[in-house]
Each structure stands twice: as C-alpha cells, then as structure tokens.
Ligand binder design. Structure first.
Ligand SMILES: [Zn+2]
Length: 426
C-alpha cells in the first residue's frame, strides 16, 4: 500500500483514517508522512452549510470571504454555499459569478459553491448562470431586505422554475408572503407579531403548487414552523421533488429569546414559541427536515442599533456554531452528519462532499465533547464580533478541522491561508 499523507488515529467511531491526495483512502493503519492523535475526539464529516451570506464582493465590510470562511472552519464547516445576496452586484449573471469566484478563490479557507439569484430581471439569465456552475437559484417571496435583489412574484417564480427544471437545477425559496398587517409598534414583540406563521404557510402552499405544475426541484430554506414542515412532508408523499431546511437558531432559540437578546437574534422568518421548537425537533428526528444550515447573515454593528426593531438589520451570525450548538442541544452525531453534511451534499450534487467514505474528500471535523466552553466575542472569527451564541455554554468544541487532507483549524487557531476551491454540481 502506498504511503499515506496523513493518518488520523484514535477518533470515535473511526479509529484509523488514512488520507492521500486529499481523499480518504483507508480505514486501517499504515505508514504516513504525518499523524494526528485524535484520541478522545469524535470525528464527523466536515459540515456542508448550504446557506451562508458572506457578502463579498460589494459588502465585504459586512463579512467577506476571509473572515466568513475562518468562522466556518472554526465551526467544523468545510463547504459553504453562498447566497446570491447580499454581495453587490448580486449573483444574477456570469459577470457577477466571475467576480465572486475571484474573491472566494483568493481568500476562502473552506470550499464553496454558489447559488444564483432568481429575480424578475434574471429569468433570462438562468442558462448563463447554469453554464457558470451555480448549484441552483434562490428566490425571495417577500422583500429581501436589499433593494437590488427584488422579490420574485408568482409569475417570476413560475417562469424561473420552468427553466430551472429544464436545467435540472433546484430553486431555493425564502417562503413568506406579505399579509399587510397593521403595524402595532416598534418592539421585538411587535416584530414577531408582524410575521405570523400564516405568512410562511401561504408562501409554502403557493410555491408547492408551482413546483407541482413545473416539475422543478424545490428547496424551502429556513422553515421556522412545524406546520410548514408538515406541508412539505405531505407534498413529498404526493411525489413532489421538494426538500426543506431549518436553521440552528430555530432549534435553539424561541421568540422569547429574541426579545431577551434583541438585534443579534433578529431573523426572518422569526423564531417561534417553545412548543413549535419541540415539534421541529420531532420532525428533524423523524427525517421530515432534510438539511440544517446556519443562514449566517452578518452586518456591521451600526445596522443593528436602531431603536425601531423593524429597522434593525435582520440576520444572525452563526456559521461558527451550527455544529457545536446542535450537538450541545442533543442532536445525535450521526444525525448531524446526515442533515448537515450528507443530505445537503447529495441534494445539491456537490462532488466528494458530506461523507466519511473511501474516495470521498478528506473533509473532517474532530470534536471534543468532554468539556463545556462558554462562547465569548473573542472566540469569533467573523469581521463583526456579535452573535446570539455569545454567552452560551456549549458541551461541544471543534478541536480540528481538515479540508481535503489539509489541517485548516486546530486548537483555536486558523492554519494557513486560502486554499478553498469552487464546487460545481455533478
Ligand atoms: Zn439567508
């Protein structure tokens, strides 16, 4: 047997992992140029976070590829799928694809894939984007928060989903339909009241109809309500090609937490009540939720400070804590591996990712479950050191992250620079 580049010894549940040429090549001991002693650590496939906003180019001062990807690998995430917004210009044509690719190739320490954008102005650009290598197209059914990424009305969705089906690529939707509710005030509670679960259900119902008409693969991102998951599960049973994501924060925070934490916890759709949170966990364990993402969507602090909560930037900084927060909350490691690595890699056809198997990319997270650590602002690798996870005591710590056989994070430090590569769907 040829010599290994790296042998990882002693991790549970795979005590010998042999790596050569960036791939996993054996699960047996052998001679190796380098070894990592992983006794006492759990090994998981590197997380595939199919939902981040790194905002570069154009809003690099909000996050950017360097700091965003550092946060990713510090959290055991080895692949991120970047949304078409809030980079500027948004990724709605080949020129924007090339600009984002150049920025990410120069700076990212994790691998990456790109979502293209479906907006009314980009319906005729989907072929062009598919040829570039986008993994699918993201659309908003409500205002995106960014004026250069307008919402897709139902006619745009219908036209876009027809084309996406021909291109064999999925559409991802932010599912909320506005209800024009009278605004009651400016507090967090008023904000929660302004975005009821019914808005999410209206949108899911409408987009499921269009998925049925067009045959387009549909992925509903950040589903916040248990009823939303149930609608999607029922549609799957009817034979629709539909999957859904929920995010770490809907499984670890409630609306009451948003009231307590304020701006760092603002997101849309908002967090719900404790009963709903419990039902989301049941759906997850029953396999009715397909993927877990962070929806990492940071901004500078000055956009988080308005006295009117409706004007505060909505977006949670969370890519660094998807894995530790969910293990801490009791998600079984093998389920985390399924929902946060294998399923997204499979759904979005990301080659070599999401599995600890011979021939797969050697993307690994080594996790220490033996001690609790309290998250501090100084632990964050983000450009802006705010997050709702600060102050939370987590019984899981990422000890090392390995990308295609290269250690990229160890013992609290980023190792090396760059090295991330673009993934196109198979
Ligand atoms: Zn998002």
């Amino acid at each position: 047997m040829p010599e290994l580049d790296l042998l990882i010894r002693g991790a549970e549940p795979l005590p010998e992992i042999g790596i050569a040429g960036g791939k996993i090549v054996s699960f047996a001991a052998g001679s190796a140029h380098a070894e990592i002693d992983a006794r006492g650590l759990l090994v998981l496939p590197g997380v595939v976070d199919a939902h981040v906003h790194f905002n570069e180019p154009g809003r690099t001062d909000w996050e950017g590829w360097e700091t965003g990807s550092r946060g990713a690998v510090a959290g055991g995430v080895t692949t991120v799928c970047d949304m078409p917004l809030n980079s500027t210009p948004p990724l709605v044509d080949a020129a924007a694809f090339d600009a984002k690719r150049a920025a990410a190739e120069a700076k990212s320490v994790c691998d990456f894939a790109f979502w293209g954008g479906l907006i009314p102005q980009s319906v005729d650009k989907l072929e062009e984007l598919a040829a570039c290598g986008v993994m699918g197209f993201k659309a908003f059914m409500s205002h995106s928060g960014i004026d250069d990424f307008p919402k897709a009305d139902l006619a745009t969705l219908r036209a876009g989903m027809k084309r996406a089906a021909q291109l064999n690529l999925p559409i991802a939707v932010h599912a909320e339909l506005n209800r024009d509710l009278p605004r009651t005030g400016t507090s967090v509670r008023d904000y929660l009241t302004s975005r009821p679960i019914a808005m999410e259900l209206d949108a899911i119902r409408a987009v499921l109809d269009i998925a049925g008409e067009t045959g387009c693969a549909l992925h509903v991102v950040h589903v916040s309500s248990s009823e939303g998951v149930e609608f999607i599960a029922a549609a799957k049973q009817r034979g629709l090609n539909v999957t859904c994501e929920t995010c770490t924060h809907y499984l670890t925070f409630t609306g009451a937490d948003m009231e307590r934490l304020g701006a760092v916890a603002k997101c849309a759709p908002p967090m719900r009540d404790a009963d709903n949170l419990g039902r989301l966990w049941e759906h997850l364990r029953a396999g009715r939720i397909d993927t877990l993402g962070s929806d990492h969507s940071p901004s500078p602090w000055n956009l988080k400070t308005d006295a009117d909560f409706f004007k505060v930037w909505g977006g949670i900084s969370g890519v660094q804590h998807l894995l530790p927060a969910l293990l801490d909350a009791g998600l079984e490691p093998q389920r985390l591996a399924q929902f946060a690595a294998r399923n997204p890699a499979q759904r979005f056809r990301l080659p070599g990712k999401g599995r600890l198997e011979i021939g797969a990319d050697a993307d690994l997270a080594l996790v220490d479950l033996r001690e609790s650590v309290t998250v501090g602002a100084e632990d964050l690798f983000y450009r802006h050191k705010h997050s709702p996870y600060i102050g939370r005591r987590l019984r899981a710590r990422v000890a090392r992250t390995i990308l295609r056989g290269n250690p990229v994070f160890a013992d609290g430090k980023i190792i090396g620079t760059g090295g991330g590569k673009l993934l196109k769907p198979l």
